[in-house]
Design a protein around this ligand. Structure first.
Ligand code: AMP
Length: 378
């Protein structure tokens, strides 16, 4: 199937081609025609499935040629859980929105930065990509009005609810026009998401994209049994001996992420940490450097790593194991993408051995345990 057969404009297809989008991903094949027809969507899909373009492309098509609204009214609202996702989603809209002669303006807004510039930049916005709390602040300041919205997108709905945004989301939904198109995307379908789905969606087209099994097959999974004190030296050994271009290291807390990155820097390894307690500027800087291949090691917590959108990572390291097997698969899925094999390394302490077994059982794949002598570490 081609993008052309999905009903997208030739100018948009040109931009897709220029950005290496050759053929639509499965979620795009299913979502684009339905969204163009103004149907509601329930999309169960993770980051990496191509979900952003699956709604951005048809939304842009539906807005093409429409005159901009006046008085701080917007056409479409995309609600997202984090600033990183807000920026990334807005970038996709901006990239493809540039295909049209009439400019379609997308603006990301999120908390943690001054509200004033955001308030001033609301004029002529067609698509607003927002985190819930900041959006409500902008509404309370009369900087934006939701009463003309034609389409609402809830992206990563499960995460939004996990982060405790339920009340904010309910309030925002209450401010929208009754008749509108609703698109809900979530990595998982739990009870909380199901509840929102019941209120929000009208005869939705349901799209479920399963995690590709063969993706896991491409990942070279390795485990090292190691004591807590030796994890730092082992990490340095791996960084220095393997010479990966980029390494994403996962820790379970912000404190630990800082600690690990500090230690690496002390040993002259280019490392930065990103987590919820870092300033917006610092996170953006670290993410950009990492993405562009100018930062060797990025240390992140699960929450922040979700927003890292990199086509292929050569190596992911679990400095600490995640609580849930699902998170484990999500973490390691950042390597072995795009039909290239990557390494996923887990450091496992004696106390974690049982938990590591459970993860492997759930994943239905056994990880090769490598003796530390074999890699010259002692
Ligand atoms: P997402 O799941 O929206 O975060 O997208 C994951 C990655 O896939 C992003 O880097 C996109 O730029 C890329 N992508 C999405 N759709 C396509 C496509 N049809 N062809 C090539 N790359 C794509």
């Amino acid at each position: 199937m081609s993008f052309k057969s999905l009903g997208l404009a030739p100018s948009l297809i040109k931009t897709l081609e220029a950005n290496n989008y050759k053929n639509p991903y499965p979620i795009q094949e299913q979502a684009i025609p339905a969204i163009l027809k103004k149907q509601d969507i329930l999309g169960i899909a993770k980051t990496g499935s191509g979900k952003t373009a699956s709604y951005a492309l048809p939304l842009l098509m539906n807005l093409e040629g429409k005159p901009a609204l006046k008085n701080r009214h917007i056409n479409a609202l995309v609600l997202v859980p984090t600033r990183e996702l807000a920026m990334q989603v807005a970038e996709v809209f901006q990239l493809f929105g540039s295909s049209f002669t009439e400019r379609i303006k997308t603006k990301p807004v999120y908390g943690g930065v001054s509200i004033n510039p955001q308030m001033k930049s609301m004029m002529g916005v067609n698509i607003l990509v927002a985190t819930p709390g900041r959006l409500l602040e902008l509404i309370d300041n009369k900087a934006v009005s939701l009463s003309s919205i034609e389409t609402l997108v809830l992206d990563e709905a499960d995460k939004m609810l996990n982060l405790g945004f339920k009340e904010e989301v309910d309030r925002i939904i209450g401010l929208l026009p009754k008749t509108r198109q609703n698109l809900l995307f979530s990595a998982t379908l739990n009870e909380a998401v199901e509840n929102i789905n019941q209120i929000l969606l009208h005869e939705p087209v349901i799209i479920k994209i399963e995690e590709k099994e063969d993706n896991i097959e491409l990942i070279n999974q390795i485990g090292y049994f190691i004591s807590e004190e030796k994890k730092g030296p082992l990490l340095r050994h791996i960084v220095e001996s393997k010479k990966y271009k980029q390494i994403l290291v996962f820790t379970s807390s912000s404190y630990k992420a800082d600690h690990v990155a500090d230690k690496l820097r002390k040993h002259k390894i280019d490392a930065q940490a990103i987590h919820g307690k870092k300033s917006q500027g610092a996170r953006k800087d670290a993410m950009t450097r990492f993405k562009n291949g100018n930062l060797n090691v990025l240390v992140a917590t699960d929450l922040l790593a979700r927003g890292i959108d990199i086509e292929f990572l050569p190596c992911v390291i679990n400095y600490e194991l995640p609580r849930s097997p699902k998170d484990y698969v999500h973490r390691i899925g950042r390597t072995g993408r795009a039909e290239r094999s990557g390494d996923a390394i887990s450091m496992v302490t004696e106390e974690e051995e049982h938990h590591f077994k459970i993860i492997q059982k759930k994943m239905k794949k056994w990880v090769t345990i490598v003796d530390l002598d074999e890699i010259g570490f002692r």
